[in-house]
Write a protein that binds this ligand. Structure first.
Ligand SMILES: [Zn+2]
Length: 295
């Protein structure tokens, strides 16, 4: 270890003090979190790049998972194909949407299931990005299906996030005339930072957004997310348009976005199932459920 001067030692102690790790409330970890992440990151899924066989296998898996629950397919079907891009070069993707009926306005949870596929010959399994969010979404849908919610709850696993938020754009268009109280986006919820705190962002002109932070805090170590974050490449990016809440923001819908700061394995072949913190994900599940189940 490098020798520390008295001043640098004081500085170091000061830093540690501001980053005191948070101890979350105890939460049971459902086995489904392990199973779903393992399935979505398995070799046949090939990193779930939109339009590939791997992404289709992932959609099949999600249809099977939703199909085994007491949830209702949205508009009579679980699978909602969409097209995106210029018409002469149109590409296709597929969202999976189910709900637990209840009175409006509805609450919507979204998590993207696509990832980068194979890059430079190497499969990027995308365990944190975003098998983690999808696994939590499925656990929420399962729990919701066994309850009678005070409002209708919609669950959407969306495609084509990585190449431009196309799945959530298609979903926002599809739900344009549906009364939504808010949408919760779960994107990268499996790798807590050193202080163990998740980050929650919300629509800034929505007064009740800060109350959501208090609600989630009862079940999870969490802090208000910073608008500008530094990516793994050191370049700052804007969290507003970084993920699937953005098409809803543009449509005027209130939104919440729960995630973690970028980490060194982000968008690399090392984003693997064995590197996730499932206890932390159980906290995300409980915090999200606190939001979904509040009167
Ligand atoms: Zn990503």
């Amino acid at each position: 270890m490098k020798r520390l001067t008295f001043v640098s030692l004081l500085l170091l102690l000061g830093c540690e003090n501001t980053q005191t790790p948070c101890t979350p409330p105890a939460a049971a970890v459902p086995q489904s979190l392990y199973h779903d992440v393992a399935a979505l990151t398995a070799p046949p899924m090939m990193g779930r790049r939109t339009g590939t066989n791997g992404a289709m296998l992932a959609a099949d898996y999600l249809a099977e998972r939703f199909g085994a629950m007491a949830v209702t397919p949205w508009s009579g079907q679980l699978r909602h194909p969409f097209e995106y891009g210029p018409s002469f070069l149109a590409k296709s993707g597929e969202n999976l949407v189910a709900w637990v009926p209840g009175p409006p306005p509805y609450r919507l949870v979204v998590a993207h299931y696509d990832h980068l596929g194979r890059v430079n010959g190497k499969v990027h399994p995308g365990a944190d990005d975003n098998a983690s969010g999808v696994a939590v979404l499925l656990a929420l849908a399962e729990r919701a299906s066994q309850s009678s919610p005070s409002q209708g709850l919609i669950f959407a696993a969306v495609d084509a996030e990585e190449n431009g938020l196309h799945g959530s754009q298609a979903l926002a268009r599809q739900l344009a005339s549906v009364p939504l109280e808010w949408v919760l986006n779960l994107d990268m919820v499996g790798r807590p930072p050193r202080d163990n705190r998740a980050q929650l962002w919300w629509r800034q002109d929505w007064p009740e957004g800060s109350q959501a932070l208090a609600t989630v805090s009862g079940a999870l170590c969490v802090e208000a997310g910073r608008r500008r974050m530094k990516g793994q490449d050191g370049v700052r990016y804007d969290t507003l348009d970084a993920s699937d809440h953005y098409p809803f923001h543009r449509a005027g819908v209130n939104w919440l976005y729960l995630g973690v700061p970028p980490h060194k394995d982000y968008h690399t072949p090392r984003d693997q199932a064995g590197r996730l913190d499932y206890q932390f994900m159980a906290g995300i599940l409980e915090g999200s459920w606190a939001l979904l189940s509040q009167p």
